[in-house]
Design a protein. Structure first.
Length: 410
């Protein structure tokens, strides 16, 4: 039987929002090194995605300005846009040596010890949030829980008062400005909003670090101020850029992980029953399986730093490669029955959702801890929880996958 030709793959295809995995599977099986009509390569098999993410010699972020101009054209004033200028300074978007220095200072402040010490506090925050809505018997768990938990944890770590009247404005600004991470041409309205909202975030965090320099505390904001020595300490602008990135990534992707996981449970109710029966034993596995099955980051770009190959296909220096993390996470070459959500899966932790190599997520341990506690406490306290699986409100955009609302009953 002759296979039908594949339609051109485009991240902007609206059908991908509801279900990207059908298109991912077609690419993975029929055209694993796909040449996009947009001028970049698309890789979709687990080994290929991992090899690109891990190979720091051949792949990196490359020229930021040229990467953005790929979507707008050669005359677009990238650095004249406040949102893109901020993004260019985020260490995630940079290559060594600048990336190495800033990432090292951030990981030196966000230590595993500091994260582990948060467990009791995260449990307290989680139970208090559940207390606030448990008697309602129904509601939107994205707004009431999935967003609130990581926001309050990040506030606690950074020393921000969760009752600060400016916080809602900050959260809204992150949601509206982080659209610059999307690898596509934004509309004039989207870009104008992103530019203005980044300014809101910069002002908020500039004030926070001014306060910590004047009056240090035992919190992450102070640890970032004090990271490094006199010669390599983070500059004020770097502190602000890092804080926006940590705060935003710390709640956006974690919120998506929790929401996506809850949706998976309602589609596979037998797995929810398993978790309810052994919440303390199985909750850690839930995090990895949720990240594998319905990742909050389904793709990311890399640039070839030199001429190289992927699966025998020559990749020229400067060419971009879109790695389909969501496709690799469901590759049957590694994961048995990959389209089944299985919280007891033995190798779920081999998912690619935290990235790889020098760009492995600095907040991975915190995300795992928050997710483990969240799923454990929900299964313990709301064992009858179910969500509306028919019409999840998927957020706009391609790279980050999550919902803006998720109705539930318990």
């Amino acid at each position: 039987m002759t296979e039908l030709p594949l339609p051109p793959f485009s991240p902007g295809d609206p059908s991908l929002k509801a279900d990207p995995y059908r298109a991912f599977a077609q690419l993975r099986e029929q055209d694993p090194i796909h040449r996009s009509a947009h001028g970049y390569w698309v890789v979709s098999r687990y080994d290929d995605v991992r090899s690109v993410l891990m190979n720091r010699e051949a792949f990196g972020q490359g020229d930021f300005v040229e990467n953005i101009r790929l979507f707008y054209g050669p005359d677009f004033d990238v650095m004249g846009q406040r949102g893109y200028k901020w993004l260019s300074e985020v260490f995630l978007m940079q290559d060594p040596p600048h990336h190495t220095r800033v990432r090292g200072l951030v990981t030196g402040a966000l230590t595993a010890r500091r994260v582990r010490a948060m467990e009791l506090r995260i449990r307290e925050i989680t139970d208090r949030l559940i207390d606030d809505f448990a008697a309602d018997r129904e509601g939107d768990l994205i707004a009431r829980f999935a967003y609130e938990l990581p926001v309050r944890v990040m506030c606690d770590m950074l020393g921000i008062d969760p009752e600060d009247t400016r916080l809602k404005t900050v959260i809204d600004a992150i949601v509206q400005s982080f659209i610059v991470f999307e690898a596509r041409a934004l509309t004039d309205a989207e870009l104008a909003t992103a530019n203005s909202q980044i300014a809101v975030l910069q002002q908020f965090f500039e004030t926070l670090f001014d306060e910590r320099k004047a009056a240090p505390r035992d919190d992450l904001a102070t640890a970032l101020v004090q990271a490094g020595g006199a010669e390599d300490a983070l500059s004020h602008d770097e502190l602000v850029t890092v804080a926006i990135g940590l705060f935003g990534a710390g709640f956006e992707t974690t919120a998506h992980m929790i929401g996506n996981g809850l949706l998976c449970f309602s589609r596979f109710p037998d797995q929810w029953r398993r978790l309810v029966g052994e919440p303390e034993t199985l909750a850690a596995g839930v995090v990895d399986e949720a990240l594998r099955y319905e990742s909050s980051l389904i793709a990311t770009y890399r640039t070839a730093l030199r001429a190289t190959e992927v699966r025998g296909q020559p990749i020229a220096q400067g060419e971009k490669v879109l790695t389909l993390i969501g496709a690799g996470n469901r590759d049957p070459r590694l994961f048995d029955d990959p389209d089944r959500f299985d919280i007891g899966r033995g190798n779920a932790a081999r998912h690619l959702s935290f990235g790889g190599g020098i760009h492995f997520c600095v907040g991975a341990e915190l995300a795992r801890l928050e997710g483990r506690i969240a799923f454990e406490r929900l299964a313990t306290r709301l064992p009858g929880l179910t969500v509306d699986v028919d019409a999840p409100a998927w957020r706009e955009g391609f790279l980050f996958r999550g919902m803006s609302a998720l109705r539930a009953q318990w």
